[in-house]
Design a protein. Structure first.
Length: 334
């Protein structure tokens, strides 16, 4: 099982991520006919005689396609579609829900949809598509027998991920330059400019991305967190941990006794378990949490960990981070 999914087993996904705003656009009306070709994040080239129209997609990938007017026939998610931050503001009427738990996909129901394409992120560290990683039910892996699978890589950039799904949607017939569709990208560009301005005004500010759990504190490794790599690329000093887990390098695993190994000025808290009161709650539950000076000062903001797929959602999350950076004290961690 992917390690961060284990983390979710001990912390509920935040309802605070609501309010991102619907990303669904009016149907673009496919203008493509065929033949069709797409190179996915694994480097695999997938071809078809005609453009796929009956698409099954993993949750975030479905949101990405829907933001360009491409509506899948089926979706499988890692949690309830009512709480998944990618999906909970979208109209899912007419779409079959094929799973709402990581590793469990109703392949029989999926087969009844007669898909001609499956869309799921490619995870390079695991060399697998979303929902088909090591640890999922063996029955779920039969999904890949139903149709070709493509997915953009969860690699070095969320911006590149969004651009990749824009390319995929365009290949599927979406009119990505339609004003109703392009608005989200324009909003992202405006949010990015404000974020860069705020970061430039705090050149000494350091941040650490974390996910506290009952047994330890997970300290994120930006090398395997594309949104953190984007933040670094845009000037934010995100701390790289010294000793990521060799077997699963997404995180450095800190015991609670060593929770204060790093002293950032601002904590980026895994948004899947963040609530407005969670920092104080962990301080009471694990007193060593407040040995981190930023935690003691309440310098904590939600980090959109591993779920972003669209320009619109990225814009919304950047706006929150921009406000946190503007309010941050770059001397807390000293």
């Amino acid at each position: 099982m992917r390690a961060w999914r284990s983390i979710l087993a001990v912390a509920a996904l935040s309802a605070v991520l609501a309010g991102c705003g619907s990303e669904e656009s009016p149907s673009s009306g496919s203008s493509a006919s065929g033949p069709w070709k797409f190179t996915d994040g694994s480097g695999k080239v997938v071809t078809a005689d005609k453009v796929p129209t009956r698409i099954i997609a993993h949750a975030g990938e479905a949101a990405a396609l829907m933001s360009f007017g491409i509506k899948p026939v089926g979706i499988y998610a890692d949690e309830s579609v009512k709480t998944d931050p990618n999906l909970k503001d979208l109209d899912l009427s007419g779409i079959e829900i094929l799973g709402e738990e990581w590793g469990k996909i109703d392949v029989e129901k999926a087969a009844s949809l007669r898909p001609d394409l499956i869309v799921a992120d490619w995870w390079p560290a695991e060399k697998a598509n979303s929902g088909l990683e090591e640890g999922v039910d063996e029955k779920s892996k039969k999904l890949k027998e139903l149709a070709p699978i493509v997915g953009v890589s969860q690699g070095k950039s969320i911006l590149e991920l969004a651009e990749g799904y824009e390319d995929l949607a365009e290949s599927l017939g979406a009119k990505v330059d339609d004003p109703a569709i392009a608005a989200n990208k324009q909003r992202f560009e405006q949010s990015l400019a404000k974020f860069k301005e705020a970061v430039a005004a705090k050149p000494g500010l350091t941040v650490g991305a974390m996910s506290p759990a009952d047994d330890k504190v997970y300290f994120a490794n930006p090398e395997h967190a594309p949104e953190l790599l984007d933040f670094q690329r845009w000037g934010l000093k995100v701390i790289n941990p010294d000793s990521p887990d060799p077997a699963f390098p997404y995180w450095e695993n800190l015991s609670w006794e060593n929770a204060d190994k790093y002293q950032p000025d601002l904590i980026l808290w895994d948004g899947r378990s963040y609530t407005p009161t969670v920092n104080a709650e962990w301080g009471q539950k694990q007193p060593t949490w407040f040995k981190i000076r930023a935690a003691k000062a309440g310098a904590v903001v939600a980090w959109p960990a591993y779920w972003l797929h669209t320009y619109g959602h990225f814009a919304t999350e950047l706006d929150k981070l921009t406000e946190a950076v503007r309010n941050a004290d770059p001397n807390i961690g000293n």
